[in-house]
Write a protein that binds this ligand. Structure first.
Ligand code: ADP
Length: 195
């Protein structure tokens, strides 16, 4: 199986690029942000609690997202592999993911980290907010908080995967197609090495 962690700050383009990767490599896309937004849209208890954190740009608790991931993995026993987008976001989540996947005998293959400058991130998110109406993309203050949370709580995961020799940086600036090509080439080269 090919299990990819698509990593990077808010606005790095994880969701956009995940689309290219799922089509190219026939993988299942798991985005915790999307799963949480559908809980909010459905008006569930979980969604109500999650929304309080998301609206401020804070993280939802590890337990909640880990349960969601577990459910999604178990719902797809025939999967050829998964792309995790927006997960893990804390070292504890990374540890939990390793545990879940190791139980299935199919570990994380690689972590691909999209690198984008802060100014570009803010511009992209404000632009997306105008189109999508996403509450957490509306104000520069909330966006800056999300980037801060990323630096403090999420970035330490890079070291976690580096120690496992699974971390790869990908330049996340340029056109969507250019970035997709870089990612696909990287995955292919890793795949060939595995064979
Ligand atoms: P972005 O990458 O643009 O920040 P996401 O859709 O991935 O957007 O996430 C939106 C929000 O959902 C996050 O700011 C956070 O509040 C919550 N969230 C998503 N994934 C996780 C996670 N793995 N752990 C905790 N909170 C999460």
């Amino acid at each position: 199986m090919l299990n990819l962690v698509l990593f990077g700050p808010p606005g790095a383009g994880k969701g956009t690029q995940a689309e290219f990767l799922i089509n190219t490599f026939n993988l299942i896309h798991i985005s915790t942000g999307e799963l949480l937004r559908s809980e909010i849209a459905a008006g569930t208890e979980l969604g109500k609690i999650a929304n309080q954190f998301m609206a401020k740009g804070e993280l939802v608790s590890d337990d909640v997202v880990i349960e969601m991931i577990k459910g999604k993995i178990n719902d797809n026993p025939e999967a050829k592999g998964f792309i995790f987008d927006g997960f893990p976001r804390t070292v504890d989540q990374a540890v939990a993911l390793d545990r879940l996947l190791n139980e299935k005998g199919t570990p994380v293959s690689a972590m691909l980290c999209l690198e984008v400058e802060k100014e570009e991130l803010i511009n992209r998110l404000l632009g997306r907010g105008k189109i999508s109406g996403r509450a957490d993309d509306q104000s520069q203050k909330i966006i800056e908080n999300r980037i801060e949370v990323y630096r403090n709580k999420t970035e330490p995961i890079i070291e976690y995967y580096s120690k496992q020799n699974k971390h790869h940086d990908i330049k996340g600036m340029g056109t969507i197609e250019e970035i997709a090509e870089r990612l696909i080439k990287k995955v292919e080269s890793l795949y060939n090495k595995q064979m």
